[in-house]
Design a protein around this ligand. Structure first.
Ligand code: PLP
Length: 424
């Protein structure tokens, strides 16, 4: 194999040539501030508007839903903190009007046990500074969220009907027919970063809405890899990050429906519907639109081939190292995502050894030399700590060639052997 085989696309992707070309004019001659009233400003504003329309369409959403941000982390923070803050006062008032139970006035945020830290720590921050209760819904051994647990944790937080309460959801009447719930929001990811499992978010939206609660979905790992239909699935807010689909790092968006209550977390000039102040990055917005559009076109062209090559890779690794065990849902998983545990070795040692053999991959969680965390999703799936430490994640955006598959499986076998594991 010539050069390093890059199997860490879930961490980040290279910027595509088309994206670079599309950005150039807005970094050079068309540099004006899109808020300026003069002609160059209007040119920049038109480009921003066109990018917003294209980007929204590729996610099954409307242009007015799009709030451009500095990436997935900011989008998740805005969603969790912004929606929780907007719903907090309403929940406290309604609870005080309708219930004598002091507990009822504690607002709640429901997340899954496998959310990215950008969601999980935002929820914990709301607990620390605003007294929210954070409920984590468990997952099974394939990282599928327990929908019965979600339903019952929502049901127990229903408050008595308040005839004066206005419901946030456009599908309800405004006379208390929908129960008021002390849950401010549910936040569950579309696809998991460590093990690639895809959650049934349309079903989760139905469950949350039946209790009058909005749903935020972190789609950072999924956008550009699988089709997303935000409105058809009835999602209220959706986070995406550009560097996972070919834009420079530090670009992303929160899509948030007009009906969803949300407060800004940044104060300033009122750009992006007042929800994300700061002069917009026009070249960045163009990059997001082009990068996503290219990736969505690629899904249509190569999805089946990608799945076949992923399954061949999984099979080849299982043949080469009998101790290897696939993690996550074998069927409902991202097409270019293969993740394993290798009981008997540590993922960190494996990563370093594979790097020396010309394969760049990761353990599936924040990982740097000297800062190797135990993958939290695997722990939530019930994998014992010493085995969770043996995790390895291989992620790619294009079908692998038979040579690449053979090379990878052989390199993993040789690495495992050199680390003391008996292999095939
Ligand atoms: N959410 C998930 C599921 C992710 O995998 C990541 C990054 O890997 C993020 C959020 C954060 O995105 P960003 O790197 O754009 O801040």
């Amino acid at each position: 194999m010539d050069g390093e085989l890059y199997l860490d696309a879930a961490a980040t992707e290279p910027v595509s040539e088309q994206v670079v070309q599309a950005m150039m004019p807005f970094l050079t001659e068309a540099y004006a501030n899109p808020a300026s009233v003069h002609q160059p400003g209007r040119t920049a504003a038109r480009a921003l508007d066109a990018a917003r329309h294209s980007f929204a369409a590729d996610l099954g959403a409307r242009a007015d839903d799009v709030i451009f941000t500095s990436g997935g982390t900011e989008a998740d923070n805005l969603a969790v903190k912004g929606i929780a803050l907007a719903r907090m006062a309403t929940i406290r008032r309604q609870a005080a009007n309708t219930s004598t139970d002091a507990n009822a006035v504690t607002p709640r945020i429901i997340i899954s046990a496998i959310e990215h830290p950008a969601v999980a720590q935002s929820a914990d921050w709301m607990a620390k500074y605003f007294g929210f209760e954070v409920v984590r819904i468990p997952v099974d051994e394939q990282a599928r969220v327990d929908l019965n647990a979600l339903e019952s944790r929502l049901a127990e937080a229903d408050l008595p009907d308040d005839p004066d309460a206005g419901a946030w959801h456009s599908g309800t009447d405004h006379h208390g027919n929908r129960p008021v719930n002390r849950t401010a929001l549910v936040s569950i990811m579309l696809a998991n970063n460590e093990v690639g499992t895809i959650q049934p978010v349309a079903e989760i939206a139905r469950i949350a809405h039946a209790h009058g609660v909005p749903l935020h979905v972190d789609a950072v790992q999924a956008a550009g890899q699988i089709p997303i239909r935000m409105h058809d699935w009835d999602l209220d807010a959706l986070s995406v990050s550009g560097h996972k689909f070919g834009t420079p790092k530090g670009l992303g968006a929160l899509l948030v429906r007009g009906r969803t209550p949300i407060e800004p977390v940044l104060s300033g000039g009122g750009q992006e519907r007042g929800l994300r102040s700061g002069t917009q990055n026009v070249a960045g917005a163009v990059a997001l639109a082009i990068g996503l559009h290219e990736s969505v076109a690629r899904i249509a062209a190569q999805h089946d081939r990608l799945v076949v090559s992923r399954n061949e890779l999984i099979h080849a690794i299982e043949q080469a190292v009998p101790q290897a065990k696939l993690t996550g849902d074998p069927n409902h998983r991202l097409p270019g995502h293969a993740s394993f545990i290798f009981p008997g070795v540590t993922g960190e040692a494996l990563l370093v050894d594979l790097d020396a053999r010309g394969i760049a991959c990761s353990s599936g969680s924040a990982c740097a030399i000297g800062r190797h965390e135990i993958p939290p999703t695997l722990l939530a799936m019930g994998v014992p700590e010493p085995i969770a430490k043996s995790a390895l994640r291989l992620t790619f955006r294009r079908p692998l060639t038979p040579d690449e598959i053979r090379f990878t499986a052989a390199a993993i076998r040789d690495s495992c052997r050199s680390l003391g594991l008996q292999t095939a």
